[in-house]
Design a protein around this ligand. Structure first.
Ligand code: GDP
Ligand code: MG
Length: 319
């Protein structure tokens, strides 16, 4: 590791925001020298509470996050926010940044906000998000929030980096709730019905609660029962309640529940897989690129096959 990089690590550990921003930019650029840095950063980290906030576009995630940040700042906590919006590479974070500036949190050094851009390769976005979290987690943040749009596999992958996942819904009619039921119980630790000022809000809360109760009956092994919180992000109503539920969820995890350890192991297994796929991908693009090129024609001529080639590639990577 270069001397300058060592200095950067020390600065990040001390909470220097601009150094962290520089490292995250290098993560986004796929700088190979970051691997050694990330190894050191990972070993330094582990104190921040990582909270994921997900939900459909327009549900109010950015508004709610800025309200939550305000709540935590008033309690003296330091908060970092990572906005990951593959659908609009820069706007998600920009909107959030504007909101926070409006609320006057951005100047106080206790808040850091950063948007992650996909730069075209969606597969790597979750890995890059994990790396950015590794940087932030090595700093003295009490809470690190990730905002991402909750549609599609890639976004679900991003939520796997969070220890506690908040799933945002907006008030909806009966049919929409039926449609939303499929699958969402798997990723939410806390359900939020935002835009409580809309008329269907109570009905939506009720239906989500029923859906969760059903899920609990079907899965007796689940100890944590996801609460449903009603918020109005624009006014801050319900935000203190949401913050309390987030605390409760971390406290439950910290009590050494086997389920929490199981989830931490699942997250780490996923992370290792993500890094491994990325390493192989890089090799294919870089040092093994020409080697692979030369072996494609025999496969096309059916003298070999893609499985044999993949196997050889794996053996080569191992050597
Ligand atoms: N009426 C109402 N509007 C809200 C509420 N929360 C957010 N909004 C509005 O919903 C729109 C989308 O909010 P935004 O936070 O950008 O959503 P995101 O795409 O999920 O991040 C904005 O115009 C917000 O002002 C709420 O509680 N009530
Ligand atoms: Mg947003």
């Amino acid at each position: 590791m270069e001397q300058d990089d060592r200095k950067l690590l020390d600065a990040v550990a001390a909470g220097h925001i601009r150094s962290a921003a520089r490292l995250i930019t290098r993560v986004e650029r796929d700088d190979p020298a970051m691997v050694a840095m990330l190894q050191a950063l990972y070993r330094m980290g582990g104190r921040s509470k990582v909270v994921g906030v997900t939900g459909p576009p327009g549900a109010g995630k950015s508004t709610l996050i800025s309200s939550l940040v305000g709540h935590w700042r008033r309690h003296g906590l330091k908060v970092a926010v990572l906005a990951v919006d593959p659908s609009s590479p820069f706007s998600g974070g920009a909107v959030l940044g504007d909101r926070l500036r409006m609320m006057d949190h951005s100047g106080d050094g206790g808040v850091f906000i950063r948007s992650m851009a996909s730069r075209g390769h969606l597969g790597g976005l979750s890995r890059a998000t994990g790396d950015a979290l590794t940087v932030l987690d090595a700093m003295p943040w009490d809470i690190v929030l990730i905002e991402t749009v909750g549609v599609g596999q890639n976004e679900t992958d991003i939520m796997r980096h969070a220890a506690v996942v908040v799933l945002l819904q907006t008030p909806m009619g009966g049919d929409d709730v039926q449609a939303a039921k499929a699958g969402i119980n798997e990723i939410g630790d806390i359900f939020v019905v935002n835009k409580a000022d809309h008329k269907e809000a109570d009905r939506t809360v009720q239906m989500l609660a029923e859906m969760i109760a059903l899920g609990q009956r079907l899965h007796a092994e689940r100890i944590w029962k996801p609460p449903v919180v009603k918020t109005q992000a624009t006014t801050g109503d319900g935000v203190a309640d949401l913050a309390a539920q987030i605390d409760r969820c971390f406290a439950a995890n910290a009590n050494g529940m086997p389920a929490a350890l199981h989830r931490a192991r699942t997250r780490m297994r996923f992370r290792v897989g993500e890094i491994l796929r990325d390493m192989l991908d890089r090799r294919m693009r870089a040092e093994d690129g020409q080697w692979l090129e030369d072996l494609l024609d025999p496969v096309l001529a059916r003298e070999s096959d893609p499985y044999a080639l993949a196997q050889r590639m794996l053996e080569r990577a191992g050597g």
